[in-house]
Design a protein around this ligand. Structure first.
Ligand code: NBY
Length: 834
């Protein structure tokens, strides 16, 4: 590459090459330079926020240099790249991660100290990048970390929302949503105003024939919106590879039209056009596991998919390879069905614009895409109405129909005597209006489909996608069990535990090869090690207790058992069962004599999580938790025996504080509903035990750590259907312990009973779809076993250490390597020793 620049010029560039800081002095001088010039401040008015900005800019400069080199290296190597398309990237904070991944946190700590700042306070200044709802978005963020750490040439593509997931405030026990405007100062993004793509919407299709008699479809008219690229560097751990996350922002396309309006004095209308265009990337939809079919959401999807594909194709074209080599150069992974229009868009580009034959194009398309499914919940399976797609993307609708026709013809040839199968597998659902089933389109247009934990992958093959296994054969369907990055979720969130593990396993190698954790088992009886282990957990609990005191005003005793459930609020995740259990505990304690109470294990029941703004039942659950807390936490009979805490505004940064402080965490979804779960892995990795159902990755966690180290309870997935059937058609009697809880709620013990009537009715009268009553008994019994186990502190610590030692499998590095081998067929790009 360098040879293309004439020698004297090259010498000048190399002479002045920027190196980025090298040591503490260099870091300090970069910080001071940024404070005094970039921020136009001085030592006299540099507060923590300014110190954060300057430190972040110093690190950003370094990342950009590595990022440039990585891109040059990847372009030069011209090897296959991975593109991860996700509408959500729940990144959290970047500074701490950047410091640790490039190994300069100690330098920064010392440098900031000399300038008068505590590094922890500076890190706290950063606003989370919260461009996601929950597990799906955070998984995408963990994957980016692993892709870079393993040196894969990979890009993430997403949307640059002006507003991320809302900030949650709790007012009088109710959730209130506040907009999350996070872009005020964001040093981690790099606007690329030169990289802009015009995206077309609406209009109509005109068909004509060319000289050879071939039909040509032309998509004409409509309106155009501009997509502008914003890049975020993604540093790998202990490697110079720095990959790119490209987020698209929408702007008005500055065409003649605007100019004319503006020129003729129609300022307002010109500004209105601009605002309408910018609306596309304005806000993240706050639903998790629910599809609402809104037009603006469809616009977001096409806008992002079209811009990303344009970008990917432009890069491919630079290599001057023939189209048939596209799948050898490009692997595109669809994070759920949200980017499924990419399949249609690529087919459109290849046939309408590049002139390929249909079959040739379709072969390229299917070999390019892989699709990951994250849910079996019917209400979360995306569908778009045919009239809506017809209106917004008329040419795409025709292509979808053509794809479906070809597909159904092959199915018909395969199963000539089965009429019903055609209706079941069709991409079009024959309802009024007709609907496009995006999961069907994603399956038909991909070469691999995967679930995210073993049970989930088995379930999709035997339930929602059963017919497709018949059609395509079982090899198209596979499992890649989720993982988490140990860099953020151990090293960053729990530095002392990471240090202790390093001391026992021979350095921080385990952060790059998590299976090395197994060396810890050799030390499980080492007294000093166990003592240090317990001290670290205690210190993490003290830190959380301080946060609870400061935000909730409640004093919790760090010696109590900290029992945590933090995740999006959803009926299938069963926070309602947890709070019913806490009420049961409270009622039992109240009924005891003071002597009996003294024998009980003190507990803090900690909740956190957001409810989708339109999800009424989820909001009731939050309200009940807060009301129970208000009663229990002020009851003199109870004291430290039970506290109920709702932590406001759960997000990635709060997770980094809460997870290391847990003794027990709850992963108690109705069996068969939680595809995987990923926080279960984070909690165990941080030396907490879990209580859970036989669902998602809980099952594989049990297999890895051993069933003595986990508290499993409840009905199995295979029995759920029958149980639901008995609720609907038989008589449904509520578990007596649960009935006592309902009585207490209905007698007004926790405030106005009408506020919670829906939660009770759902169980008692509406068929208890989530099996709360069926599992309640075994849930309570298992909690009793937890109390007993916790009283034996030595036994408990043994379980914790043993579990951590066996968690190697759940690194997202393992997971990404599986995708790379089984689905993407990509190799890491070796970095020369620098
Ligand atoms: O993906 C989660 C699963 O519930 C969890 O079990 C799994 O571990 C995780 C990673 O594989 N799914 C999830 O978080 N889904 C969403 O956030 C989501 C968001 C939007 C929509 C659907 C699902 N939507 O249709 O708009």
């Amino acid at each position: 590459v360098e040879a293309s620049i004439p020698e004297p010029q090259r010498a000048a560039w190399l002479k002045h090459q920027v190196g980025g800081f090298k040591d503490k002095d260099g870091f300090e001088s970069e910080v001071v330079r940024h404070v005094e010039t970039t921020l136009a401040r001085s030592m006299f008015n540099c507060d923590e926020s300014a110190a954060y900005s300057a430190a972040a800019l110093a690190f950003r400069d370094r990342l950009i240099l590595e990022w440039n080199r990585t891109q040059q290296r990847q372009t030069y190597a011209d090897s296959k790249r991975v593109y991860y398309l996700s509408l959500e990237f729940l990144m959290g904070r970047a500074l701490d991660n950047a410091m640790l991944n490039i190994g300069q946190k100690d330098v920064a700590r010392a440098g900031l100290a000399e300038l008068g700042f505590r590094i922890e306070d500076v890190i706290e200044q950063e606003h989370d990048a919260a461009l996601g709802n929950g597990g799906l978005g955070r998984l995408a963020a963990c994957f980016l970390d692993s892709l870079a750490s393993l040196n894969y040439p990979a890009w993430g593509y997403g949307l640059r929302y002006r507003y991320g997931i809302f900030k949650q405030e709790i007012i009088d026990g109710y959730q209130v949503e506040v907009p999350d405007y996070w872009l005020d100062f964001n040093p981690w993004e790099f606007p690329r105003h030169d990289i802009a793509v015009d995206i077309q919407f609406y209009g109509n299709v005109v068909k004509s024939t060319d000289e050879s008699g071939k039909t040509i479809a032309t998509w004409e008219g409509g309106e155009t919106v501009k997509a502008v690229a914003y890049d975020m560097p993604i540093p790998g751990y202990a490697t110079s590879t720095t990959n790119n996350l490209r987020l698209w922002s929408s702007k008005a396309a500055s065409g003649e039209f605007d100019f004319q309006k503006f020129n003729s004095g129609e300022y307002e209308s010109s500004v209105a056009d601009q605002q309408r265009a910018e609306t596309i990337s304005a806000v993240l939809y706050p639903n998790d596991n629910l599809d609402r079919g809104k037009e603006l959401r469809l616009k977001q999807q096409y806008f992002w998919v079209a811009a990303s594909l344009y970008d990917i194709i432009r890069r491919f074209k630079k290599s001057k390879r023939p189209w048939e080599e596209f799948p050898d150069q490009v692997a595109i992974q669809l994070n759920d069905t949200h980017p499924t229009l990419a399949i249609v868009e690529l087919q459109r580009i290849l046939t309408d614009l590049e002139g390929l034959e249909w079959d040739e194009a379709w072969n390229i398309v299917t070999n390019t895409f892989g699709y990951t499914n994250h849910t079996v919940l019917p209400e979360a399976l995306e569908k778009w109405s045919v009239p809506l797609i017809q209106h917004l993307l008329p040419r795409h609708l025709q292509i979808i129909y053509d794809i479906n026709l070809e597909f159904l013809q092959t199915v018909e040839r395969q199963f000539p005597n089965d009429r019903d199968i055609l209706g079941r597998v069709s991409i079009i659902e024959e309802t009024q209006p007709k609907m496009i089933r995006m999961a069907h389109l994603a399956i038909v247009g991909s070469h691999k489909v995967n679930g995210v934990a073993e049970l989930h992958s088995d379930l999709i093959k035997t339930t929602i996608f059963k017919d497709f296994v018949e059609v395509f054969g079982p090899d198209k369907f596979t499992n890649v069990t989720n993982g988490i990055t140990p860099r953020r979720w151990l090293h960053q969130a729990n530095p002392r535990l990471s240090g202790l593990i390093a001391a026992k396993t021979g350095g921080h190698e385990f952060l790059s090869d998590l299976t090395l954790l197994n060396k810890l088992e050799l030390h499980v009886d080492d007294k000093a090690f166990r003592k240090e282990w317990a001290e670290i957990k205690y210190a993490n609990k003290v830190r959380l207790a301080k946060h609870i005191k400061a935000t909730n005003g409640v004093t919790v005793n760090p010696s109590s058992l900290f029992d945590v459930q933090v995740k999006r609020i959803h009926e299938y995740k069963r926070q309602q069962m947890n709070i019913f259990g806490a009420i049961h505990r409270y009622l039992s304690l109240k009924a005891m004599t003071p002597e009996e109470r003294k024998k009980q294990q003190p507990r803090v029941s900690i909740f956190g999580g957001k409810a989708a703004p339109g999800y009424w039942m989820a909001k009731q659950i939050i309200h009940l938790i807060n009301n129970v807390g208000a009663v229990v936490n002020n009851d003199k009979d109870i004291g430290d025996l039970l506290k109920v805490i709702f932590i406001e505004d759960y997000n990635v940064s709060k997770a980094e504080m809460i997870i290391p402080a847990s003794d027990l965490s709850e992963h108690i979804s109705t069996a068969g509903t939680e595809a995987s779960g990923t926080s279960n892995m984070k909690f165990v990795l941080n030396g907490g035990l879990i209580i859970g159902t036989c669902d998602g990755a809980n099952i594989e966690i049990t297999r890895e750590i051993g069933e003595n180290n986990i508290f499993l309870f409840g009905n199995l997935a295979e029995d759920v259907e029958d149980l639901r059937h008995t609720h609907t058609y038989g008589k449904h009697t509520v578990d007596p312990d649960l009935a006592r809880v309902f009585e207490a709620i209905e007698s007004g013990t926790f405030g106005n009973q009408e506020d919670f009537a829906g939660m009770i009715t759902a169980v008692r009268e509406h068929g208890d779809y989530y099996l709360v009553s069926d599992d309640f008994r075994s849930y309570l019994e298992t909690h009793a076993l937890v109390d007993e186990a916790y009283r034996d502190q030595e036994g408990w610590i043994t379980k914790c250490i043993t579990s951590v030692a066996r968690m190697g499998f759940f690194s997202s590095d393992r997971c990404i390597n599986e995708y790379a081998e089984e689905i993407w067929n990509v190799e890491p790009l070796k970095v020369d020793d620098e």
